[in-house]
Design a protein around this ligand. Structure first.
Ligand code: HEM
Length: 190
């Protein structure tokens, strides 16, 4: 049984690695912006497919984090503390933000895109897609920040770090998420 618990713990951490989608989506859209200021049908269609189809993957990884997390809490005697409750709430917020993208923003973008089949992309359609993409990008940067915050909490389930250390790391996470919002992070951290 101990090896099952160890495997679930491994799965919990591995899932967190696979939940890096917001970071890589931001890198993709920032590289896209540098490629050309105008919309290019094939390029933008491909990007929308990549970003749009990520949602199902994200739901599955979020669900895995939830189920493995609940398993771990159960195995640890179902003793909920403030950190665990906060982690659970943050996961629900991440699920809600993903749902806003998947159920509200993406269908609008797809509907607009379905009216285009080749270049040039009509100006009035590009103008409507632009603010939707910007909103989606803001949400992705927010998700990235919340993900980092949840990882930070994951390391403090049993022994919290000093408050100052938390604030400092959160400030760095904010800086990194803001940078990922604006640049393609070609140097990884920068
Ligand atoms: C986005 C969601 C989540 C992320 C990013 C995340 C991340 C992490 C990380 C990085 C660890 C540290 C593992 C270690 O070093 O031992 C951890 C541990 C843990 N997480 Fe999560 N977690 C998430 C959701 C949850 C949820 C929803 C629960 C429970 C309701 C949960 C319960 C736990 C428990 C109990 C541990 C301690 C496991 C141990 O050390 O034995 N997690 N989490």
């Amino acid at each position: 049984m101990e090896s099952v618990d160890a495997f679930v713990r491994f799965l919990h951490i591995l899932t967190v690695v696979f939940m890096a989608a917001p970071l890589y989506s931001l890198i993709i859209v920032n590289e896209r912006a540098l490629f050309s200021p105008q919309m290019v049908y094939q390029v933008d269609r491909y990007m929308e497919t990549m970003v749009g189809k990520n949602a199902l993957r994200c739901y599955i990884f979020q669900l895995t984090a939830l189920l493995t997390g609940l398993w771990l809490v159960w195995k640890l005697g179902w003793h909920w503390n403030a950190i665990l409750v906060l982690k659970l709430l943050l996961l629900f917020v991440l699920m809600a933000l993903l749902s806003v993208v998947h159920l509200r923003i993406q269908p609008k973008i797809e509907k607009l895109f379905s009216q285009v089949t080749c270049d040039p992309v009509p100006q009035e359609i590009a103008a409507q897609i632009k603010p939707l993409r910007l909103f989606r990008k803001r949400l992705a940067a927010t998700c990235l920040f919340l993900m980092i915050a949840t990882v930070l909490l994951g390391l403090q389930v049993f022994s919290p770090f000093p408050l100052l250390a938390n604030l400092l790391i959160l400030a760095l996470a904010g800086l990194f998420s803001t940078r990922a919002f604006t640049k393609p992070l070609r140097l990884g951290w920068w």
